[in-house]
Ligand binder design. Sequence first.
Ligand code: AMP
Ligand code: GLY
Length: 420
Amino acid sequence: MKVLVIGGGGREHAIVWKLSQSPKVTQIYCAPGNPGIAELATCVSIAVSDIEKLAAFAKMEQIDLTFVGPEEPLSLGIVNYFKEQGLAVYGPSKEAAMIEGSKAFAKELMIKYGIPTAKYAAFTNYEDALAYVRSEGAPIVIKADGLAAGKGVVVAKKMEEAEEALKRMLKEVTFGSAGARVVVEEYLEGEEMTLLAFVNGTIVKAMVPAQDHKPVYDGDQGPNTGGMGTYAPLPHIDSSMVERIIHEIVEPTAKAMAAEGCPFEGILYTGLMLTKSGPKVIEYNARFGDPETQVVLPLLETDLLDILLASLTGELEKVEVKWKDKAAICVIMSSAGYPGPYEKGQVINGLDQVAYPTIVFHAGTTEKEGAIVTNGGRVLGITAIGENLGQARELAYQSVEKVSFIGAHYRTDIGSKAFR
Ligand code: AMP
Ligand code: GLY
């Protein structure tokens, strides 16, 4: 089968890597891809948002299945368009992708269907938002409604930070149209985790739980990023907690989406906080997480293509999704300055020093004059697979030491919450 993967980050590298192991896959294309992906797939330079061009390419190349990695084309309706054109595509419709695209939609869904989440209020008017935030007090969380690449969220420990964020999002509108409306949320305290699931209407097959590390510095200090590292599974979180999350949160979410007339078909990402009063949803995404995918897919035993194909015919229930009895950890190497402004074009050395069971997933890289150079905030994700988390962590950090570029930054404490 010929497969097209849309996207060009670390997540898509992991998806392509996993699909390349399927005996049924004969050829993989990736749009736009990156130099790491190019080792496994033919990269095609079409932007992820250029839906018509992507569909024309899929037709011309007689692609058997298209997999959509990032949120942007999903929210733009790539799945609807491909289906209208008679093309096989895996991912949620534009309507179902609203679960990520609009935080207000997600919040209203959770309230209507009794899915536990933080208390919230939505505002478009700065003065009203300010009055509410002042009455609630800090700590409090301010979120731009709409897609903001994971960076439209401010966890304000102090009132001044909250006011600053409101001003930025509602008065100066630095987040573009995503900032026209803000969601103000109760601050949830506890440990965070991600539960990804394959969802086929009301059928849910959960993946292994993972944990991301959003703040840029060790000890969860500094501003939030798209994610600085992940590990899976979570040995310190009871399997009964995961079962509870599936039954009380993920399955009810799938049912709620179906009941709303926008059944979810694709990868549902549930970001959770394990609070004293039980697990609560922080956010949903309508796609694989980045960098969660870089630790979850290496642990998947089952052929990913089989899961995707079964979902397209409504038969996900029949597939046994199996996991390896191992652990994986991913350490992100980022450019100096990220998540703020950063330089591009630094030569990356040592990539050839890393071998399985460690994998270098490329995120923000490009090729320049025969060298692989930095081309984004998150540059690489170094994933190691071990018999247990301790071994995986050792392997990952050994490899991180071998790879270098000027200004490279990484957290040294990925996975440490599991050892406390
Ligand atoms: P989101 O994009 O909604 O996942 O938010 C990004 C990050 O902000 C999350 O991963 C959490 O670390 C943090 N966060 C979001 N909402 C809350 C909340 N209600 N309470 C505490 N932390 C939150
Ligand atoms: N790692 C967080 C996300 O993919 O949104």
